[in-house]
Design a protein around this ligand. Structure first.
Ligand code: NDP
Length: 485
């Protein structure tokens, strides 16, 4: 299979190549074979992208918001029409099964474009009465050129979740996808052009961390939105601070899912599986610490084990396949290292732990550990693979305290038949995004993001306006100027 794009970068409404940039292969995680070869952006490419963005932005910001929105909504329609080929490309890029990419990736990207396309014309300011006829009003202005930097787990979704609000509110964007999954952002750029986006407003540059770092420190960049690990987040946040740039940081997590003994166990097991095994566990908000009330833990584990063993691993392009390989050999090795650590620390392997007998890709089978304690490495660090830790608890206070005993704060969930308890527990969780009797649902209408080490700012929902615009306040004096000199 081949997925070679016309060129590595997309700048000023057209594909751009510069073979002086270091070459790198795009590997299909199921076969280990290269499906495309690209070149990292040289300083000249980066400069072209930023210059194009800067040139295009002011005119775009001055257009009627309804016109900007129309372009985004048209792009959403095109994405939906091409859902299958876009999903196949996403599968090639990531190794995630078509069963998922057909419903979760391009579809979520289209939702973001449609949502922010509709949101753009509804943005208003405030008027503030000041007495004596004086008043102030506020204007929501675009920030300028935004840099977007993406992780490899949801490349289309991440590109759209950043591009849609940025463009809707009058900004331009230079986007750098993860070096591991560089293909779908180029498709998004082409589709936006086809939908009528003027050249220069959405540019894609390829490369690894160094290209991202150069982008973050360029004086033309007003805002940086990163989806990535806490480690990278620290570097990018610090680099952005140098130029007092705006930031959105969507970082990692080790989120808790609390299951009380009055909950529907089948639903709780289903949610725990979705929150650990979907996308082979490569999801930042996953509920990787599943706290189950001790009175229910036996029944929970029995059902969980039976259902986990039935998950179908295999060729991601077969629609019956439920779990594909991890994104890379390095990620597979990292996850296998954590599984080994879990066994060595004395956690009980309920199921999984190997590659499911598959040597045809970077597979790790659905893995469940029981008898996990809070101090174990597998309960503390983000694994980013299909590894679920199940921990027992007795009381609500204990569960909440242990759930919060982490530096991360991305997400959290609670399963209980007692809705008062559900609301009470989430009100006490130190997490940016919570679910009651569900897990990992992230519709675009809902703000998404973390607290503590898991990030700064919110994507999606009305909240995104705060992170892609700035307020200008205008004071209007109706009387004379009362000067004492
Ligand atoms: P990384 O942090 O390794 O990389 C994220 C992006 O930043 C990549 O494009 C990377 O380039 C780039 N990058 C690396 N170093 C720098 C730097 N110094 N300056 C600028 N850019 C840099 O994350 P992964 O790609 O490995 O993704 C997994 C992580 O992302 C997990 O920790 C996960 O929790 C988190 N994540 C968070 C989400 C959220 O919304 N909160 C959602 C999805 C994932 P390259 O990789 O090409 O070298």
């Amino acid at each position: 299979m081949q997925a070679q794009p016309q060129a590595s970068h997309y700048i000023d409404g057209a594909f751009v190549e510069d073979t002086d940039g270091a070459a790198f292969d795009v590997i299909y995680p199921y076969t280990g074979a290269a499906v495309a070869r690209l070149h990292a952006a040289t300083p000249a490419v980066l400069d072209r992208a930023l210059a194009a963005a800067e040139r295009a932005q002011a005119d775009w910001a001055a257009r009627p918001p309804v016109e900007r929105g129309r372009v985004l909504r048209r792009a959403a329609e095109i994405i939906r029409e091409r859902n299958r080929p876009l999903s196949e490309l996403e599968t090639l890029d990531t190794g995630k099964p078509l069963q998922e990419t057909l419903v979760a990736d391009a579809a979520s990207g289209a939702d973001a474009l449609e949502y922010f396309g509709g949101y753009a014309p509804t943005v208003t300011g405030q008027t503030i009465a000041l007495g004596g006829g004086d008043f102030a009003y506020t204007l929501r202005e675009a920030l300028g050129v935004c840099a977007g930097i993406g992780a490899w787990n949801y490349p289309t979704q991440i590109a759209c979740w950043k591009a849609a609000p940025a463009l809707a509110f009058g900004n331009a964007m230079v986007f750098k996808p993860s070096e591991l999954t560089p293909l779908s952002a180029l498709k998004l750029a082409e589709i936006l052009t086809e939908a009528g986006l003027p050249p220069g407003l959405f540019n894609v540059v390829q490369g690894a961390g160094a290209v991202g770092a150069a982008l973050v420190t360029d004086p033309r960049v007003a805002k940086v939105s990163l989806t990535g690990s806490v480690e990278t987040g620290r570097k990018v946040y610090a680099a952005a601070a140098e130029g007092i740039r705006h930031v959105t940081m969507e970082l990692g997590g080790k989120s808790p899912l609390l299951v009380f003994d009055d909950a529907s166990l089948d639903d709780a097991v289903g949610a725990a599986m979705l929150g650990n095994f979907y996308s082979a566990g490569q999801i930042c908000s996953n509920g990787t610490r599943v706290f189950v009330q001790k009175s229910a833990i036996g029944a929970f584990l029995d059902r969980l084990e039976a259902r986990s063993r039935a998950i179908v691993l295999g060729d991601p392009m077969e629609e019956a396949t439920q779990m594909g390989p991890l994104v890379s050999a390095a990620q597979r090795d990292k996850v296998m290292g954590y599984i080994k650590a879990g066994v060595e620390e004395g956690a009980r392997l309920v199921c999984g732990g190997g590659n499911g007998g598959r040597n045809d890709g970077f597979f790790v089978e659905p893995t469940v550990f029981a008898d996990v304690t809070d101090d174990m490495v597998i309960a503390r660090e983000e694994i980013f693979g299909p590894v679920m830790c199940v921990l027992g608890f007795d009381t609500e206070d204990e569960a909440v305290a242990r759930a919060n005993a982490t530096g991360f704060g991305l997400a959290g969930g609670v399963f209980t038949a007692d809705l008062s308890r559900g609301h009470r527990v989430v009100s006490r969780l130190q997490a940016g995004t919570c679910w009651i009797n569900g897990y990992n649902l992230t519709p675009v209408e809902m703000p998404f993001g973390g607290v503590k080490l898991s990030g700064v700012g919110r994507e999606n929902g009305h909240a995104a306006l705060e992170y892609y615009t700035q307020i200008k306040t205008v004071h209007v004096s109706m009387g004379g100027v009362d000067a004492p000199y």
